[in-house]
Design a protein around this ligand. Structure first.
Ligand code: DCP
Ligand code: MG
Ligand code: MG
Length: 502
């Protein structure tokens, strides 16, 4: 039987705000908010002391803290770059690093711990102590090798956090536990700049403390709704619900997985993320209703996107345009897309002759656009997204690109059926993203018969995202966060936002 694992979940403190404080150190001792449109998406801990919260409306934040300093965080470039530096650094300590959003990483440190254990066995483990907190102050038993391994894991986590701090100037929180679910749940127990170890005997308490099933990472919005109709609201309800009924309602795979989650069991492996499988950017707006405007928006989006591809060093083979039409009924989820191969003569110009390809790319995108929209009739768009995918290595990829950094540990592409961590399960995407996906002409079927949306494949394709993410309800949201930001958010926050829309 498999030896129990040691998993670390690392979450950076007030991530965007930290990046801004590194860029402008005089902001350090001031309450700082990072603004996107009319929202303070995050703020430093100084501002939190004044009552400013993540995702607070700008207006309210200023009322709470009149001397709040604001920086605009709409250009994600600095956060994205720091985010990859973090993953890269962690990858130097352990090959099994999986990104989750911009500011979280899972590490499977079982082998690292095993090495330390060997050393200890030579030296004896009398002086072994836990680093950071133990959840609920549970007493340790170092004669129990599971405890001992987890304690060594807490020391590894401390070393990782110390490395992030000394090499990148970042503080973070960590959770150490025997699987991803528990590590993620425990990591935020003490914040900021602290870490927490969960011993197996306390895992029930941790799960039950969540209360509502919606708080369980891996149980998505749609599944939550279906469970509620069955009368299942709390984690305890789910634990006690007859499995046979659940399997009939949700299908065997999903039923078994979520019931296991309710007990704190999660077998999902830490899957190295590797480099992003696509590059996309988008803009959302109230109204775009002429071809000229569409062309302008596309011309605005392309340069920084091409710049990211240039820095990555790989060349895309496919280009895709996604639009969202105004529609009061389906305003959240209705996206349509068309894609086509990039003409071979343009491919070598990516990364070399960026300027000269903008115009031919716009021509291609406008053709794709006219395949979706009859331009002779009035139209009303609220979003445009350009995505480059099917990235292929050059014979000699530049060192230092994000496409390079994980090369040594990049796994073979994960099969689409693979059940993934958290809300990124295909089954979750089905309900929320399903509408728009049909129009994309790509739908995927899982072996268990649950239709997946394009999101699953697009997810693997999208800057490290895992698919299954519902389309974000931009137009109805006051601070309209763009799709990329939304995808990169921790799932609890995504859920919060979606719930706020409902
Ligand atoms: N973010 C965003 N929009 C949201 C939520 C988050 O742009 N709706 C961004 C800003 C955050 C980053 O994602 O800095 C990471 O999200 P976290 O929930 O981890 O929040 P922070 O790292 O900011 O704060 P904490 O210290 O609570 O982890
Ligand atoms: Mg964080
Ligand atoms: Mg986070």
């Amino acid at each position: 039987s498999a030896r129990s694992r040691v998993i670390v979940h690392l979450d950076l403190d007030c991530f965007y705000a930290q990046v801004e404080m590194i860029r402008a150190p005089d902001l350090r001792d001031k309450p700082l908010g990072v603004q996107q449109k009319a929202l303070v998406v995050t703020c430093n801990y100084e501002a939190r002391e004044h009552g400013v919260k993540k995702l607070m409306a700008l207006k309210e934040a200023k009322e709470k803290c009149p001397h709040l300093v604001l920086v605009n965080g709409e250009d994600l470039t600095p956060y994205r770059e720091m985010s990859y530096k973090v993953t890269e650094l962690l990858g130097q300590y352990c090959p099994l690093v999986e990104r989750l959003g911009f500011d979280e990483n899972f590490l499977d440190i079982t082998e690292v711990v095993e090495e330390r254990l060997k050393h200890l066995q030579q030296r004896g483990w009398a002086g072994v102590h836990v680093a950071g907190h133990v959840y609920k102050d549970q007493a340790l038993n170092l004669h129990d090798t599971t405890h001992l391994r987890l304690v060594l894991g807490s020391q590894v986590a401390e070393d990782l956090r110390e490395a992030l701090n000394s090499k990148l100037g970042l503080t973070s929180c960590a959770g150490v536990a025997s699987n991803k679910l528990l590590a993620k749940l425990v990591s935020g127990t003490f914040k900021p700049n602290q870490q927490t170890l969960l011993l197996p005997e306390s895992s029930q308490e941790l799960l039950r403390s969540l209360g509502h099933i919606q708080k369980v990472p891996g149980i998505g919005y749609k599944t939550t709704k279906r469970l509620e109709t069955l009368g299942v609201k709390t984690v305890v309800d789910l634990q006690r619900f007859p499995s046979a009924v659940l399997e009939k309602e949700l299908g065997v795979a999903l039923a078994q997985r979520i019931q296991k989650l309710s007990y704190g069991e999660d077998e999902a492996p830490v899957t190295p993320s590797g480099p992003p499988q696509s590059f996309s950017d988008e803009d959302s707006f109230k109204k775009c209703s002429s071809e000229v405007e569409v062309q302008e928006k596309l011309e605005e989006l392309l340069p920084s996107l091409l710049d990211r591809i240039h820095k990555d060093g790989r060349q895309p083979r496919t280009i895709r345009l996604t639009i969202r039409r105004f529609s009061s009924a389906e305003r959240w989820f209705h996206r349509e897309c068309r894609q086509c191969p990039i003409p071979p003569h343009l491919i070598p110009k990516f990364g070399k002759d960026t300027r000269s390809i903008i115009s031919p790319l716009v021509t291609i995108l406008m053709k794709l656009f006219r395949k979706m929209v009859n331009v002779k009739l009035p139209f009303h768009l609220t979003l445009l997204n350009i995505c480059f995918s099917n990235l292929q290595e050059l014979p000699t990829t530049k060192k230092g690109s994000i496409g390079f950094y994980l090369k040594s540990v990049v796994p073979p592409p994960a099969p689409e059926e693979q059940v993934r961590w958290g809300r990124w399960d295909g089954a979750e995407g089905e309900g929320l993203g399903g509408e728009g996906s049909a129009a994309c002409g790509q739908s995927f079927r899982r072996s268990d018969g649950i239709p997946d949306t394009r999101k699953l494949s697009e997810g693997k394709e999208n800057s490290g995202r895992k698919g299954g993410i519902p389309d974000f309800p931009a137009p109805s949201f006051p601070g309209a966060i763009d799709q990329e930001v939304f995808r990169e958010l921790p799932e609890d926050i995504q859920q919060e936002l979606l719930a706020a829309q409902a």
